[in-house]
Design a protein around this ligand. Structure first.
Ligand code: PHE
Length: 337
């Protein structure tokens, strides 16, 4: 057979052979027979040298497009074999789902559990309450007089006149004090809502852990002892704690609690705006009016309360500079915890 006859034979036979392949093995055989290293098309290329000079470019072109044509057909056949195969494959709905790498729990949820566990280790119980609360439990029972400006600082979403999305987990403490007798020693972790505009340090939905201890002889020293123990356990033994006078309607006296800046160790840096201190929570002795509102004899019982924002604590612990990361569901952020 001369060059031309060989070419014509391949051109008419190759498509049939490729398209009749029924599986990957047969298709591979056809591929090596025609365009493999020792394939017939490949060897024809080597014979181009024997073609008269003027015709050589024409046959070169023809051979190239024949090769391309066979390659395309092989690809096409490969796809249809694959489709056929998946149609025939038995679908077993009882097989376990494909395993995805789970990027880790949201650091806010994790931090909330860590804080809660620390207080459990100090003998505190845990209480939960509803996120839709009565206006009474969220404000009035906590000694926020109606129309008092302190309410504006915790402006919220009202469901109607009497029901709202809780602005803190303090109403859980009201529920427990109304329903059970002292002594009480609990923390209330959970989600809270405020009508705050979203920015680097505010989320309209965030988490808190609040604590309450009521007993016969509870003093401010107990509060200091418990919170200092917490800050040392959570932020490390070297951290210092300070109490600054403050105001909350439900505690008297009230304090805001700071820790020495975990980044500059109290020297002053950009994270603590040069102050050397970072605010972490609010606290104080439970106002006798609150005890009375819950039917507890203020002459027999006293107690302290404290409350902290979980995202804020996580930001200080891990050096997170924007609170919005907690809700963006970005794997690059979540994978770091
Ligand atoms: N409930 C307060 C808040 O959400 C925090 C707090 C709790 C302050 C207990 C003092 C005592 O801002």
């Amino acid at each position: 057979m001369n060059f031309k006859e060989k070419y014509n034979k391949i051109k008419s036979e190759a498509p049939h052979e490729v398209l009749k392949s029924q599986n990957a093995g047969e298709l591979d055989k056809a591929r090596s027979k025609y365009i493999g290293r020792k394939g017939v098309v490949t060897s024809l290329f080597k014979e181009l040298g024997g073609i008269p000079h003027q015709e050589r470019p024409l046959w070169g072109k023809k051979l190239n497009s024949l090769k391309k044509e066979i390659e395309n057909l092989i690809e096409k056949q490969k796809n249809s074999i694959r489709k056929e195969k998946s149609k025939k494959e038995f679908f077993d709905p009882t097989l376990p789902v494909e395993h995805y790498r789970y990027p880790g729990r949201n650091p806010a949820a994790r931090t909330m559990d860590e804080i809660t566990s620390l207080f459990i280790s100090m003998g505190f119980g845990v209480a939960y309450g509803p996120e839709i609360e009565t206006e009474y439990n969220n404000f009035t029972a906590l000694n926020f007089p109606k129309d008092h400006p302190a309410r504006d600082m915790q402006d919220t979403f009202y469901v109607d006149e009497n029901w709202l999305l809780r602005t803190h987990t303090s109403p859980v403490q009201i529920r427990v004090m109304k329903e059970s007798k002292p002594p009480v020693k609990l923390v209330a972790p959970g989600k809270c809502y405020r009508r705050d505009t979203l920015d680097a340090s505010h989320l309209p939905v965030f988490h808190q852990v609040e604590g309450l201890m009521i007993d016969r002889k509870i003093s401010f020293s107990h509060l200091k002892g418990v919170l200092e123990c917490f800050t040392r356990k959570y932020f490390g033994g070297k951290v210092k704690t300070r109490f600054r006078p403050s105001f909350f309607p439900f505690t008297e006296p009230s304090a805001e609690v700071d820790i020495s800046c975990t980044i500059c160790m109290g020297k002053g840096c950009s994270s603590c705006s040069g102050k050397g201190w970072l605010e972490i929570l609010g606290a104080g002795m439970v106002d006798p009016n609150v005890l009375e509102n819950c039917g507890i004899d203020k002459n027999k019982w006293q107690g302290f309360a404290f409350g902290m924002g979980v995202e804020r604590i996580a930001m200080l612990k891990y050096g997170i500079d924007d609170i919005r990361y907690f809700i963006q569901n970005d794997k690059r952020f979540l994978e770091q915890f």
